[in-house]
Design a protein around this ligand. Structure first.
Ligand code: HEM
Length: 415
């Protein structure tokens, strides 16, 4: 097995700090599309799935490839951990369908469409503040602020809470980066937090915050996503733990991922100035460009499933209980699906990327919102730019789970 993988190590977060190791994914996709990848103890290892078609098959066949034994990150969970930390991400139908229904209408294209004007106003005000600075960190001034402010609006929580929510989200999701989290999972002992999402003590603060918001909605109902969660808990559709985990998933999943999409999108446009020029000349291409930015960015590297029965995938025997990790980052560069996958082409069509998952029960619930936010940001930003360039090194998050940029200094001249 070691011979097959050579020096490839998809687990060590250090291997994603400088850049995404695309050459490893190319090699695996080409020669070993479904391969057993060992892991440091206590994990046992996993099947790495790197082709678009195989990834899609795994996600569609949820009866064989279940989410119930964990879906997020590579950590293997015991029964107690699973029970306490379970969200819709770790639930199979039919229960999963009930959980998803609690918010699916509010996060549908129509549900988020009613926020379009509001999102545009937020984008304008963030740009009004940032662009006159001339030289600044694009992440902290633009891409970090926007998604959380949008989420504050769909949750109707105070905008002043945004910085706190950002810090909590960072510390939970980026739990492999010492810059962003005090409880770095592969460096310090996080055993005391084993029953919390992402093994992060920050989760407790997020839960307390959710409780306060729920209590407010019980006293004074509002027309928002949190109201839907509050009603679901009052009616017994969600128990308290499920309410907490639901809130946490929405807050965290909707924040970090969109931020990185916006940062990667800007970076790609700076690195491909002819594409930026094209969007300046033909802004009607921005919705199409949004899809290419999403493919290019792939902010979530992988999600995982566990086999419920013996099966076969691309000729490999998968045994009951085996962990199967599907690498979106690789599927989105699969030449069988995307001609010239390493060309950033804002006119690319079709563009059936798997950035939100390939479909199946767990397709990202926030996809409409994320698309809308990204599209509006670039629609507002591009016409204002005269020039934009990097003014320092881009710094990436240390993670084998999120493809994140934590700092991106830029120099901007506006029109
Ligand atoms: C560009 C931004 C985003 C990316 C790349 C992203 C990516 C993903 C991925 C890969 C999945 C799992 C899909 C699967 O297993 O097939 C997922 C699920 C999910 N996402 Fe997103 N997401 C984004 C934005 C959002 C936003 C804005 C929200 C909420 C406001 C959100 C909420 C969720 C939820 C609740 C799930 C679980 C769905 C389920 O299990 O049924 N996401 N997302």
């Amino acid at each position: 097995m070691g011979d097959t993988l050579g020096d490839i190590d998809l687990v060590n977060p250090d291997n994603y700090v400088e850049r995404v190791p695309f050459e490893w994914f190319d090699h695996l996709r080409e020669d070993h599309p479904v391969v057993w990848h060992p892991e440091p103890s206590p994990n046992r290892g996993f099947w790495a799935v790197t082709r678009y078609e195989d990834l899609t098959n795994v996600h569609m066949d949820w009866q064989t490839y279940s989410s119930e034994l964990g879906a997020v990150a590579l950590e293997e969970l015991d029964e107690e951990q699973l029970e306490v930390r379970k969200s819709m991400l770790e639930t199979d139908p039919p229960r999963h369908t009930e959980l998803r229904k609690v918010c699916s209408k509010r996060l549908s294209a129509r549900g988020v469409g009613r926020y379009e004007d509001w999102i545009r106003d937020v984008a304008r005000s963030v740009l009004d503040d940032a662009l006159p600075k001339g030289e600044f960190d694009f992440v902290s001034e633009i891409s970090r602020d926007l998604p959380i402010r949008f989420l504050c609006s769909i949750f109707t929580v105070p905008q002043e809470d945004a910085p706190q929510l950002i810090a909590w989200g960072d510390s939970m999701i980026a739990n492999q980066d010492p810059d962003l989290s005090a409880a770095v999972v592969d460096k310090v002992d996080t055993e005391a937090y084993r029953l919390l999402p992402f093994r992060s003590p920050t989760a407790l603060k997020v839960f307390e915050y959710a409780d306060r918001q729920r209590d407010q909605r019980l006293a004074e109902p509002a027309d928002d996503v949190l109201q839907a969660l509050t009603v679901a808990q009052s009616e017994g559709v969600l128990n308290e733990r499920e309410f907490h985990n639901y809130f946490g998933v929405l807050m965290i999943a909707g924040n970090e991922t969109t931020r990185h999409t916006i940062s990667h999108g800007m970076l790609a446009l700076m690195q491909h100035p002819e594409q930026l020029e094209l969007l300046r000349e033909q802004p009607e291409l921005i919705p199409n460009a949004t899809e290419e930015i999403l493919r290019w960015a792939t902010p979530v590297f992988q999600f995982r499933r566990t086999a419920t029965r013996d099966a076969e995938l691309h000729g490999q025997p998968i045994a009951t209980g085996d962990k199967v990790v599907t690498w979106y980052i690789s599927a989105n560069r699969d030449p069988a699906m995307f001609p010239g996958p390493y060309t950033f082409d804002v006119t690319r069509t079709p563009n059936d990327h798997v950035t939100f998952g390939p479909g199946g029960p767990h397709f990202c619930l926030g996809a409409h919102l994320a698309r809308l936010e990204t599209k509006i940001l670039f629609q507002e930003l591009i016409p204002r730019l005269d020039t934009i360039e990097l003014s320092g090194p881009v710094e990436r998050i240390r993670s084998n789970f999120v493809n994140g940029i934590k700092r991106m200094p830029v120099r901007v001249r506006t029109k």
